[in-house]
Design a protein around this ligand. Structure first.
Ligand code: NAD
Length: 248
């Protein structure tokens, strides 16, 4: 293994791909050794790298994970809206190489996840919890992966199964809010990079935990840090919380 981590970036012409290439110029501990966009030879791109970073599409992420599993290539995966097939392929890859999948690579958001969990644990289900996310109009999936991660952190703080309390849309005569449910709403428009607010509504007071991103560079910086951290680790699934030293 080289001391300077050799990184392969998938989707270099995409918004995140460009941000990764920009952010990598400032780092001495890694270099971009290859890139692969749609139609390029992925096997060739994987041949000379220690780790790859994937912010593309669920189909592309599945295909890349399958090839990486065959070759034991470590992976940093930021693609959101992953379906069952991509998730299965990533699980298989994690048996062969170290992998980090995160819906949001920013340090601030990862702190927010911890705060939401702590607040939820302290306040309990009597406080109505809602998550609102806002993104640019080109974003395809909803709710955002980060909003779901926050909602899951709130459920974990209460010790409940998220799927049994989630509420992703409200429309029509749906009656009063069910006790204990955790709502997630999506707003789309303009060029918003990403905003997430976790609300906790009490009887006559409310808490708002908010994170607002103003540049894509925060995701790129976090993903590059994760890539450098991942090289040399044993096979398995890791989290950004581990990269940041929040958990062992
Ligand atoms: P984008 O549409 O600008 O870029 C996607 C790129 O993927 C394009 O360059 C496209 O050519 C490429 N691509 C498609 N199929 C490919 C294939 N088979 N092989 C290689 N490349 C392929 O999208 P974006 O805004 O850069 O976002 C990409 C993904 O990253 C989305 O799922 C988005 O939600 C997610 N995202 C995650 C985070 C995070 O922190 N986890 C942050 C921002 C965006």
């Amino acid at each position: 293994m080289s001391t300077v981590a050799r990184v392969c970036v998938l989707g270099p012409s995409g918004r995140m791909g460009k941000a990764l290439l920009d952010a990598a110029r400032d780092r001495a501990d890694l270099c971009i050794s290859s890139t692969a966009d749609q139609g390029d030879d992925l096997a060739l791109a994987f041949a000379a790298c220690d780790v790859y970073i994937d912010f593309t599409t669920p189909d592309s992420t599945r295909a890349a994970a399958e090839l990486a599993a065959a070759r034991g290539v470590p992976a940093v995966i930021g693609t959101t809206g992953l379906g069952a097939d991509a998730t299965r392929a990533i699980a298989a890859l994690a048996e062969r190489a170290p992998v980090i999948v995160s819906a949001n690579f920013s340090l601030g958001v990862n702190l927010l996840l911890g705060l939401a969990r702590t607040a939820s644990r302290a306040l309990g289900p009597e406080w109505d919890a809602e998550v609102v996310e806002t993104h640019h109009k080109l974003k395809r999936d909803a709710p955002s992966g980060t909003a779901l991660a926050i909602a899951r952190a709130i459920a974990a703080g209460r010790g409940v199964d998220y799927d049994s309390v989630k509420r992703h849309a409200r429309d029509g005569d749906i009656g009063p809010r069910a006790a204990g449910e955790i709502g997630v709403s999506s707003v789309r428009g303009g060029d918003i990079i990403g905003e997430h607010v976790a609300y906790f509504f009490g009887g006559a007071e409310r808490i708002e935990l908010a994170h607002r991103a103003t540049s894509r560079s925060i995701f790129a910086t976090g993903a590059l840090r994760a890539a450098a951290w991942l090289v040399g680790k044993p096979a398995g699934s890791y989290t950004m919380q581990s990269v940041l030293g929040f958990e062992p």
